[in-house]
Write a protein that binds this ligand. Structure first.
Ligand SMILES: NC(=O)c1ccc[n+]([C@@H]2O[C@H](COP(=O)([O-])OP(=O)(O)OC[C@H]3O[C@@H](n4cnc5c(N)ncnc54)[C@H](O)[C@@H]3O)[C@@H](O)[C@H]2O)c1
Ligand SMILES: [Zn+2]
Ligand SMILES: [Zn+2]
Length: 364
């Protein structure tokens, strides 16, 4: 099958034929339907985060089940599914205390399937499975726990975005920050994930949702998803402007959705006394945020992170599908660019250069 393989950091992905072994017990083979162009993969391409190389990246995905390994009972060939990039074991301390997004077994077997081996290879050269999804390929072999069934009438593009950006963004607002009605919210970084934090804030009846970005086009686009005000951090001091827009106080809830120490400082600084700053963006490894320690005490600010929107995929993804179907979340409109797998390197250049909404790789 055709796949996009990362051999070296800071080198283009190589589009080539690779082999995929059939699913073992508890695994599922999936025909890829759509794959989202998320910034998290770019961090690995740039070497800002590390994985086992060579690797097939891609973690925001949907597809159709083609075959199942021994013992698989929850999906069957022909089923349409959303993929989770944190398939969870169901037994570790995090899974059993309601935090499956932090599953220990998933983390300790990063780049491989749960048994520590890979189904992807090119001859003798093993190739790792990013997020146990590896959707920058025509087919995937994934754990059964990573398959969330979805109905026929949800387009593949929409299902794929629920696999990461929608669940992460909406989850950050609803499940992690738990925004209360009437609050003020500031979102630093309004790309694929940030737009969904904005939608999540709208869903929670925030009164003011301030979009902060350095891309004027992204700010304009954000107003379609519920942003009430916008701040271009390239042209004005975003902290001063957010304070000005919130009666001199700062916002009740702020979100960092770009991924750098510097934007974490910005998002933290624009939270009011007693406010909460939630970090969604994945900063490069080693990048630091300088927070004046005493402000945590004197202003009782809360600084916290959220992984996968703190979602429990098997419960929260079907709920997100319901909200999409009842018109409470707009997902179709987030897709602004479509590519074939052959054009994936261009898709990632566009993410950095154009960056409005989400690009999606579509599979015939
Ligand atoms: N926590 C998680 O589980 C999780 C899941 C998915 C993605 N992420 C991370 O979330 C981040 C956003 O991902 P994305 O796919 O939406 O990326 P994106 O590229 O689509 O969006 C990032 C946005 O940030 C803006 N930006 C850049 N510098 C800025 C600055 N100084 N101030 C304000 N805005 C700035 C860009 O213009 C862009 O609009 C990435 O770091 C990604 O890895 C985290
Ligand atoms: Zn993602
Ligand atoms: Zn677990």
């Amino acid at each position: 099958m055709k796949a996009a393989v990362l051999y070296e950091y800071n080198e283009p992905l190589v589009i080539e034929e690779v082999e995929l072994d059939p699913p073992k017990a508890g695994e599922v083979q999936v025909k890829t339907g759509a794959a989202g162009v998320c910034r998290s993969d770019l961090h690995f391409m740039k070497g800002q985060a590390r994985t086992i190389l060579p690797a097939v990246l891609g973690h925001e995905a949907s597809g159709t089940v083609e075959a199942v390994g021994e013992g698989v009972t929850t999906v069957k060939p022909g089923d349409r599914i959303i993929l989770s990039f944190v398939p969870n074991c169901g037994r570790c301390q995090y899974c059993t205390t309601g935090r499956p997004n932090l599953c220990d077994l998933h983390a300790s077997t990063a780049g491989t399937l749960f048994d520590g081996t890979m189904r992807l290879h090119k001859g003798d050269q093993r190739i790792s499975h990013f997020g146990k999804v590896a959707c920058f390929a025509e087919h995937m072999v994934v754990p059964e726990a990573g398959c969330i069934p979805v109905s026929e009438d949800v387009p593949m593009e929409v299902a794929c975005l629920i696999g990461c950006s929608v669940t992460t963004g909406v989850g950050a607002a609803v499940l992690n920050a738990q925004i209360t009605p009437g609050s003020s919210v500031a979102v630093v970084g309004c790309g694929g994930v940030g737009l969904n934090v904005i939608q999540g804030a709208r869903l929670m009846n925030a009164s003011k949702v301030i979009a902060v970005d350095i891309n004027e086009g992204a700010l304009e686009f954000a107003t379609k998803f519920g942003a009430t005000d916008s701040v271009n951090a390239k042209h004005e001091d975003p902290v001063a402007r957010v304070k000005e827009l919130t009666g001199g106080q700062g916002a009740d809830y702020t979100f960092e959705v770009f991924g750098s120490g510097e934007t974490v400082e910005t998002a933290y600084a624009m939270a009011r006394k007693g406010g909460t700053c939630t970090v969604v963006g994945i900063a490069p490894q080693g990048d630091q945020a300088n927070i004046e320690a005493v402000t945590l005490v004197r202003s009782e600010k809360v600084l916290k992170g959220t992984y996968y929107g703190s979602a429990r995929c098997h419960v929260d993804m079907p709920r997100i599908v319901d909200m999409y179907q009842s018109g409470k979340l707009s997902i179709d409109d987030i897709v602004t660019r479509r590519y074939s797998l052959d054009d994936i390197n261009e898709a990632y250049e566009d993410l950095d250069n154009i960056g409005i909404g989400r690009g999606v790789i579509v599979f015939p």
